[in-house]
Design a protein around this ligand. Structure first.
Ligand SMILES: Nc1ncnc2c1ncn2[C@@H]1O[C@H](COP(=O)(O)OP(=O)(O)OP(=O)(O)O)[C@@H](O)[C@H]1O
Ligand SMILES: [Mg+2]
Length: 250
């Protein structure tokens, strides 16, 4: 579980976040939705302490996250970013096995885990020896997800992980991610600016605007919401949203 209590964050005199209160329940996919610059990435980074709040507190599994060792904290949190964030000079195998390696797993166990993760994200075993530049964008994203899951963290932070992909690949990865989540039950914070993606993946959608949390709604509530920001989103995305809401989960 993740809790944000009265978070404010300013940097260089700019107020990036203010009055942020949010609770992410165990096993849910909480989507942070908002336009560019609304503070989504910053909010995500508060969880694994890449950003420290100016005031307020973030609790991870009931503990203030600044009261635990940062390495320890990050071990329990997988992090996936848009360009997958793979290390270019490491093979797929070494990228996926990175955290298990740091944690001192024996080589053989890492090797098995890497194979298991490749299978889990739908990649063939022979990709293990390739380098990131020898993969397609979609394959890199899958490796990014595999790497984040390798040490079996309870929490997964995903920052526009499918943003740079073509619509078909994106659709496929969204569908597979939902199926995956049914098996792994992570507590997920998923950032996107795409309402369609938010409706499809989110247990709940937290809408951000200018560093503030505007509202938190389920996908079904979001579509009917009279909140001006939420309905502006719905109008902007237009027709066919009903069918996007929670496809594959219900
Ligand atoms: N270190 C920093 N110094 C100055 N401004 C910052 C810093 N970090 C973030 N900001 C500002 O805070 C705001 C929120 O940034 P953030 O990256 O959280 O937005 P975002 O919602 O993730 O946007 P995008 O959809 O474009 O990724 C932006 O206006 C950004 O310029
Ligand atoms: Mg961002």
């Amino acid at each position: 579980m993740i809790e944000f209590h009265d978070i404010s964050y300013s940097v260089n005199g700019i107020q990036v976040l203010s009055g942020l209160n949010l609770r992410v329940a165990h096993g849910e996919i909480l989507v942070l939705l908002g336009r560019s610059g609304s503070g989504k990435t910053t909010t995500l980074k508060l969880v694994n302490r890449l950003v420290t709040p100016s005031s307020g507190q973030v609790l991870v599994n009931g503990k203030a996250n600044d009261q635990v060792d940062v390495i320890q904290l990050r071990r329990g949190i997988g992090y996936v970013i848009q360009e997958a964030g793979l290390l270019p000079h490491f093979t797929v195998e070494r990228n996926i096995g990175l955290v298990p390696k740091i944690e001192g797993w024996p080589e053989e166990r890492i090797r098995r885990r890497v194979q298991e993760m490749l299978q889990l994200v739908g990649l063939s075993a022979d990709l293990a020896s390739r380098y990131p530049h020898q993969l397609s964008g979609g394959q890199r994203q899958r490796v990014g997800v595999a790497r984040a899951l390798a040490a079996d963290p309870a929490i997964l932070l995903m920052d526009e992980p499918f943003g740079a992909l073509d619509p078909l690949t994106r659709d496929e990865l969204q569908r597979e991610f939902l199926l995956l989540q049914q098996r792994v039950h992570k507590t997920v914070v998923f950032v996107t600016h795409d309402l369609r993606e938010a409706l499809r993946l989110g247990s709940r959608i937290a809408l951000m605007e200018a560093g503030k949390l505007v509202t938190i709604l389920t996908p079904a509530e979001f579509l009917r919401s009279s909140d001006p920001w939420a309905s502006a989103y719905v109008r902007a995305f237009g027709d066919g949203l009903e069918s996007a809401a929670n496809r594959g989960t219900s």
